[in-house]
Ligand binder design. Structure first.
Ligand SMILES: Cc1cc2nc3c(=O)[nH]c(=O)nc-3n(C[C@H](O)[C@H](O)[C@H](O)COP(=O)(O)O)c2cc1C
Length: 184
């Protein structure tokens, strides 16, 4: 049996994001394969891969990243809310996907889905490469570690200050404007 070395508890340099970070991506939340919440119990909000070219980062390496996400939720009466997030860009080797995808796990409990809502991402650092796993449990364990690493990394003042970055609040008219009255 191989025992994996313990993973570092934070990612990214102490002094703050280093080039090419922060990366800025945006797009409407689209449906993924639906495995995130059902099979893994880790819901993901996906954006079209074209979001990468919009952000000027079509060359972005596959892997797992951490940063901040904001959502233009219809029920938000004040400014858009900002949440910590971890993100996977790649082919999901464990599931042998045929398309590259951008999958974001927002570290927050949402009561409802929010497909169609405009999401903005400020990617602040890289956590690890995308890996294949011997089991689904091993994948879940690693994503849970990513979540802990993402949260720890974002606690540092040099990263926390990005919570007020104007990019996260500059939504156009792209947000869903439906009446639904429900707080997400
Ligand atoms: C933070 C994070 C890390 C991930 N890391 C990997 C990985 O290393 N290997 C992999 O095959 N998939 C990885 N995934 C992708 C999951 O397999 C994917 O979220 C799952 O297939 C659900 O996809 P769906 O929402 O499109 O159904 C990761 C996802 C997230 C959110």
């Amino acid at each position: 049996m191989t025992v994996r070395a313990p993973r570092p508890t934070v990612a990214g340099p102490e002094f703050g994001p280093e080039s090419p970070f922060p990366l800025r991506l945006s797009g409407p939340v689209i449906k993924g394969f639906g495995r995130g919440s059902k099979e893994l119990q880790i819901p993901t909000a996906n954006i079209p891969i074209s979001g990468l070219s919009v952000g000027g980062c079509s060359e972005i390496e596959s892997g797992v990243y951490f940063g901040l996400a904001s959502l233009n939720l219809p029920a938000t009466d004040t400014r858009p809310k900002v949440f910590p997030m971890v993100m996977s860009i790649g082919w999901n080797p464990f599931y042998r996907n045929a398309v590259r995808s951008v999958e974001v796990h927002i570290i927050h409990d949402f009561a409802e889905d929010f497909y169609g809502v405009e999401m903005r991402l400020l990617v602040l650092g890289w956590i690890r490469p995308e890996l294949d796993y011997v089991s689904k449990d091993a994948l879940i364990e690693d994503i849970k570690t990513d979540i802990r690493v993402g949260l720890e990394s974002l606690k540092r003042e040099t990263y926390k200050k990005f919570e007020s970055d104007p990019y996260l609040f500059e939504f156009g008219d792209a947000g869903v404007k439906e009446e639904n009255g429900e707080k997400l």
